[in-house]
Structures are given as structure tokens and as C-alpha cells.
Design a protein around this ligand. Sequence first.
Ligand code: MG
Ligand code: MG
Length: 280
Amino acid sequence: MFGRRGLDVKTPDQIRKMRVAGLVVGETLELIRGQVGDGMSTRDLDASAEEYIRGRGATPSFLGYHGFTGSLCISVNEEVVHGIPGPRTVRDGDLVSIDCGAIVDGWHGDAAISLIVGGRLAASARDLALIDATEASMWAGIAALAVGSALYDVGAAVEDCITEAARADGATYGIVEDYVGHGIGTEMHQDPQVPNYRVRDRGPIVRSGVTVAIEPMITLGSAETDVLDDEWTVVTQDGSRAAHWEHSVAVTDAGIWVLTALDGGQKCLGALGAPYAPLA
Ligand code: MG
Ligand code: MG
């Protein structure tokens, strides 16, 4: 069912099905977060994710998507998104972004995290600040979602959060504009696109049952990107490191349900004073 300007609206039952897929994605990312370590290959991490996804009765949505060969996208350091799992090993101090998608009963979940291999002790302060700022901007964008509000207010909230974080951190942060958030449901990518920056148009009005993936990508320098010769891996033009966070989110009259967060978003939405509204 499509509303005006292409905003696809899901029924409560459909949103519950998306929650099942979202939990598989969230669980897979937590599994990989716990496994990633110095000397591990991105191929091994990918194999572990695929095994977990299939073990939960789900299908990895990235695998075979336009010919993609992984179940995860694993993007290291200056790679922003769409890194292909392979023989490369990650090392302590690497900034790794892990993006995961899964399908259950035809319904999709899509989420991403960024982390430092070896944890905080192996991390530089500026990488940690970048990761934290990117995650905070995602939550600010999610918290801007409400029935009756304009969809592109998400991007304004992300941008304002990053501007403030750059000031507080004494950093230069670039907001990638070449890749944006999106509707999600029976396809991983549905209309509309959701920019991570302020645009002139405020976009369609959010209605109850809208489901979108919010996914800011922030760099430690320029926001300009290139695609490598493998035709997938997106890198920053200036070689600066990048972070990427993503959640799939449902908006209803009661508030927000973060479908790919294990706690449904309760903790982070609560911290922002945004209404946490799981469906029973
Ligand atoms: Mg994703
Ligand atoms: Mg996505």
C-alpha cells in the first residue's frame, strides 16, 4: 500500500515480521562484534555471519545482491561502505564497519555498526570520537521520526548532531552524501531515500506504519567518495577514515520501534526523550 509520494506503509502484522528479521540482523552483528579480533580475515567473519543467519532460519540478503559475494559488507578504515569480505585480515586499531541484512518470510532487516579492532585500548581518541559521533547522529535521526513530521527532518537532525559533535570533539567531520538511508520492507531498498543532511525539501509526511533504514556515514575529512575497481568498495577520496551506523526503524502513532536493535531502541530512545513503542 503506497501513500502519497511513495511512502510505503506496513500493517502491524507486517512490522512484527520485520522485527523477526531485524532481530536476526541485530544478533548477527553482536555475534560478529564479539568475534572480531587481530588477525581475523573478513572472509572468516562473513562465514560466521552467514552460518548464524541461516541457523536462525533466515536468508542473508546481501549475498547475490547484484552479484555481491558476501553476507556482510565489511569496510575497513578509509572504506566507507560495501567492502567485500575476502582474505584481508583486520588488525588492532583498524576501524571496521560491518553492515548486515537478513530476510525472514520475505521481510527484510538492515543494520550496521562500527568498531575498533582490539577495543578502546587499541583505538585512537579521534577514531573513537568519530564512531561515537556517527552512532549519536543515527539516534538523533531516528528520534526525529514521528507520525506527522517531515521525513527529511531526519537528515537535519543528523547534520545538527554532527556539527555539534565536530565542535565538541575539535574534529572535522564529513557527512557522506553519495549514499543515504532508505525505505525497507519486502525489498531491502524501497522508496523513499532518506538523506543524512539538511535538504531544501522537507520530504513526505511520515504516517503510521512507515519503515525506514537510517544510516549516516561520517568521515574524518572530506565527504567525497570513490568506488574501487572491484565496483563495490566505497572509499573516501582523501583517505580519511569513515564510520557507518544503521538501524531499521518502524514508526507508528505510539512512537518508534527500532527493529534491528536488540532492545528495540528502548535505552537510546529513552535517553533522547523519544517515545519507545514496540508492538505487542
Ligand atoms: Mg545496511
Ligand atoms: Mg541500508
